[in-house]
Design a protein around this ligand. Structure first.
Ligand code: SF4
Length: 358
């Protein structure tokens, strides 16, 4: 069966396919002339490069996220194309059959996707099939053509497992400790967004290399902008309108900074690309950003609904969340005006740790 026969069976027309490729290349900031090359790379992928998808200490949320947005969704399109040979949550086989599938894929030029964290010291916290997950991860990563860590847990060991007493860390740290010097592409967020995974795979298939990564090894295309700068509630922030009472309908759309929003510290495209086929994202649904794309999530940002300690406002200096409104309101009172302060403060809540290494 040819590549597009497979797509047509799934109700995906050539036109829809090219639209997906165009949207993905645009999201990655690639020039239009790359569209045929990207399409060619994905068509090649239809010949099914094998994928081993390992799960460590996780909730399977990233699998759910990647697979639940469909009909046909980009996730289905790409993941089917990639031929997932081993995935404990979705594969039909179990026991010896599953292990045979794993061993067989291990002999090929496979892509490794890792979901979930890994205990760095005590293997007993994560055993799969009677074997320490850490050992399986190391063995698999050594042979993989590319390693992609999906979700907060696998990336930098952030996430709920990393907040517990298990000593859970991310894929990169496990490999570093084992003396393996391979790049791990981190795609954090709890869970990963399908568009982020697809975009990264399309880039990799097109160029046979990782996209430009930032200091946390996240693709700059998806993690290069500060959520706060693109937030739909930003106007209320500028106006000093902060939600303090969840039950007050007048405050419904107000800035959530006093309720613990981590948007000023969080690099992600969440405000531009939403979850569940663009149905929604946290802040739009009324929840403060938990900062799940950052390595400080969860422990460093908890409790999630508490105010952040300090912000840096160029031209104003360090202030804490309690004084944000006072600073902006006070400046207006002495004649600077909210607009002037807003201008001075545009893009001002900086994350000094964010460095792009293009
Ligand atoms: Fe949006 Fe949060 Fe920034 Fe307020 S603090 S504008 S809710 S990102």
């Amino acid at each position: 069966m040819g590549s597009f026969d497979l797509l047509q069976l799934k109700g995906v027309s050539r036109r829809d396919f090219m639209k997906l490729i165009a949207a993905t290349t645009a999201a990655l900031g690639l020039p239009e002339l790359m569209i045929p090359r990207a399409a060619g790379a994905v068509e090649q992928a239809l010949k099914k490069p094998p994928v081993i998808w390992l799960e460590g200490m996780d909730c399977t949320g990233c699998t759910e996220s990647a697979l639940a947005t469909l009909n046909p969704s980009p996730a289905e399109l790409i993941l089917d194309m990639l031929s997932i040979r081993y995935h404990e949550t979705i594969m039909a086989g179990s026991g010896l059959t599953a292990d045979e599938a794993y061993q067989s894929a291990l002999k090929e030029n496979f892509i490794l996707v890792v979901e979930g964290a890994c205990p760095a010291k005590e293997d007993r916290f994560c055993m799969v099939g009677g074997k320490p997950f850490r050992k399986t991860l190391i063995e698999t990563a050594q042979k993989a053509q590319v390693i992609i860590a999906v979700g907060s847990c696998a990336s930098e060991g952030a996430g709920i497992p990393g907040a517990c007493a298990t000593g859970a860390v991310g894929v990169a740290e496990i490999l570093r400790n084992a003396g393996i010097n391979k790049t791990v592409i981190n795609l954090p967020c709890c869970p990963v967004k399908p568009t982020t995974l697809i975009g990264t795979l399309v880039y990799y298939l097109t160029y046979q290399k990782a996209p430009a990564l930032d200091s946390q090894n996240r693709p700059v295309a998806f993690y290069g902008s500060l959520l706060h700068d693109n937030c739909p509630r930003r106007g209320h922030f500028e106006n000093g309108e902060f939600l303090t009472d969840w039950n007050d309908p007048l405050q419904k759309e107000y800035c959530l900074i006093l309720k613990g929003c981590k948007g000023p510290k969080t690099y992600t495209d969440c405000a531009q690309v939403w979850w569940n086929d663009n149905a929604n994202f946290c802040i739009n649904a009324g929840s403060p950003c938990a900062g799940c794309s950052e390595k400080d999530f969860y422990n460093g940002f908890s409790p999630l609904y508490s105010k952040q300690e300090m912000f840096k406002l160029p031209g104003i200096g360090h202030i804490n969340a309690d004084t944000v409104g006072i600073v902006i309101g006070g400046a207006a009172a002495v004649g600077l005006g909210v607009h002037l302060v807003a201008t001075a403060a545009s893009g001002r809540l900086s994350n000094k740790d964010h460095k792009e290494d293009m």
